[in-house]
Design a protein around this ligand. Sequence first.
Ligand SMILES: Nc1nc2c(ncn2[C@@H]2O[C@H](COP(=O)(O)OP(=O)(O)O)[C@@H](O)[C@H]2O)c(=O)[nH]1
Ligand SMILES: [Mg+2]
Length: 263
Amino acid sequence: MHCTVYPCSRFCRQPKRSPLIAIVIPCFNEAHRLSPGPFVSFLGGSADLFFIFVDDGSTDQTAVKLEQIDAQTGAKSRVLHLGTNQGKAEAVRQGILLALEDEPDHVGYWDGDLATPLSEIPSFIEYSNDPTRKMLFGSRIQRLGAEIERHWYRHYPGRVIAFWINAILKLPVHDTQCGAKIIKTDLARQIFAEPFISSWLFDVELFARIIGLFGRRQAAGMIYEIPLQRWADVGESKISLAYLPKIPVELFRIYWKYRKDLR
Ligand SMILES: Nc1nc2c(ncn2[C@@H]2O[C@H](COP(=O)(O)OP(=O)(O)O)[C@@H](O)[C@H]2O)c(=O)[nH]1
Ligand SMILES: [Mg+2]
């Protein structure tokens, strides 16, 4: 007999169901994009998943929307309210640290606009069954047979940025920036322990930290890029085009901070 509710009590004697995956959904002023429907129906059909919604000091109706979702998903979700806006990186980190307290098998984060639909999660779970894969992440590779709908004015700058990220990490990674990642708990404990220096490119820092911990060769063997079947831009991004010129500076700051690990 397994517990079907997560998190179960610390003193519960029933063996845990496995794999348990706790996914953080960072939300900042998302009232217009958040809707309970997909979360409620997805969690209803999945006993192994738990969502932690992080309301990052939103000033719109996000908190209300999240409480509605929470009320409809019962014990399979919770909401973490941060008093002030801390940026995506810190909101994700706080959510992951909370998730780790209950010792799931995997933790992860997923953009709340569901640009990566929740229907992609089962393939992540399937890939995560291989214990050598410690970090799995979605990759928006446009190809025949997949539906990857990305505005051209985001796609092309994204490819240039990806080129520079490759050059810094010296790993053949296609898409570090997709907001859908699932990480084995033991690794997550190490790479989320310290705050990030970049609130948008913190994903690059995750890769840099893994390289620093294990070396590039071993890192390459434990990180797994999953070509998504579906992905679509949902509404406007919170990263305005005005942020683009700042990206090289941000990347340089990351390179400089992790330069010893990335040599
Ligand atoms: N916690 C937090 N999340 C944010 C912030 N800005 C954006 N997000 C979340 O990050 C995710 C991706 O944001 P989005 O605007 O869609 O940017 P995209 O990466 O260009 O698609 C969404 O779930 C947002 O709610 C922020 O300041 N704090
Ligand atoms: Mg988005």
